[in-house]
Design a protein around this ligand. Sequence first.
Ligand code: NDP
Length: 518
Amino acid sequence: MSTIESSERPEERRAADIETEYREIPVENPATGEVIRSIRNLGPDEVADLARRGRAAQPAWEALGFEGRARILRRCQKWMIQHGERVTGTIVEETGKAWEDAQVTELGYAAGALGYWAKHAPAYLADERVRSSNPFVMGKKVVIRYQPLGLVGVIGPWNFPLLNSFGDCIPALAAGNAVILKPSQTTPLTSLLMEDMMRACGAPEHVFQVATGDGETGAALIDHVDFVMFTGSTATGKKVMARAAETVTPVGLELGGKDPMVVLADADLDRAANAATYYALNNGGQVCISIERVYVEGPIYDAFVGKVVDKVRGLRQGRPTGPGEVDVGAVIFPPQLELIEDQVRDAVEKGAKVLVGGHARHDGGRYFEPTVLVDVDHTMKAMTEETFGPTLPIMKVADADEAVRLANDSPYGLSASVWTRDIARGEALARRIEAGAVCINDAQLNYFALEAPMGGWKASGLGSRHGAGGIRKYCAQQTVMTTRLAPRRDLHMFPYRRLTSRALAKGIGFLYGRGKRP
Ligand code: NDP
């Protein structure tokens, strides 16, 4: 039930409004502080209504088959490119992020993902024939099949309103599910635009719906769906898991991170410094897989810090209205500004130095200066707690072993990067880091490899998006075993007889008693 347009007739909407009490939530442009729109805060009854409509719409969507759904998803892909300015402008307006962070990162990802899942869903979800080595099963036909779960609930964060919210809806839709998306109340407008897009591209009514509202709306949604795909903080992720446990509903959790960057003495210094600056500060540092802490080997530490400081000093910050204007945008979520300030203050009190930035700015909007911190250690929040802001703390380490130990000294395990010219050594170090993805001489770009799973270890999540698992999680899997030719009674069936039992025991001993694995 979007606030932009509704399929309901006006008299139905008025009746619904009278019956249901709801509040309006203002949506602000963080780069200017202006309220740009307001959205409805849907209550539990309205969420239940959406769920009923979604369930009613789902069978026809599933019946369209992969080809029919792919046709609509490809139309959406085209629509997104044709309306690129509008999509990017909506993201920029509700987040205050730099134009490129919306256009290249978000729009680029979503347009690619629409085509990817349209093309690959049939192969990922095709019936799979397996052969069993178990003698009782040999000769029988065993097939694994995937069936859409029905109604999927996606709950999204505010940092990437297109990539992380609608992005996770695409494989769920491609699999044949109806989807209800609960975007963050801070950034709901892009999701509402996606609802318009789906309608304009011929998706059946109510197959994709947006539940605008706050955390309570999200919590209510969990009660009605067959799978919850949640992206957000670890604290909320725990609540989502607890709520879903009440109805034994499966969840996918993509949570917080504190991604380490390990720079070895033989690294390409210029590339490492450019990458540290970009991957720590793109999207204003509000990326789950931002570089949040850097460990640099002693011999190159000073040179590395010098290069990073020069680059960060040159960054432009402010209100973006088009491409190429600013590098670092606003702080999207109001309480975040205080959190970043607190982490910088805490670090400085414990002995850190601020080489660039270090302050909040309130000129019209809500900003935190791109900031470089040195002389940091693990007693400081800036090195151990998620920052989600434009800060880059850099720590000197004695060697790679110390760097790996510190990288793993975290409750999080989302992703990490290792920088070295010795590729074999880099790959060996990557395998020692506790994280869902490790890049060598790169960062963040693994997210765009839709063929590979992206998910966190430890407190960074449960399950993954992308790859086969990224669409199969939205399906119930079923094993179908068929027996064609068989005797009237198998040997292991009742009644148990001493002779046959002995023969079977002998057979088991013969098969497994010689240390051979079938
Ligand atoms: P939150 O956890 O605050 O919110 C995420 C979503 O959950 C929002 O839509 C929120 O609604 C909703 N919500 C809040 N309370 C509940 C509840 N009790 N039940 C159900 N839903 C609820 O995260 P943020 O929006 O602050 O996002 C930032 C976090 O997301 C960071 O920790 C970041 O690392 C993580 N993230 C992880 C990614 C990954 O792939 N691992 C990718 C991107 C971000 P509302 O906002 O309206 O209150």
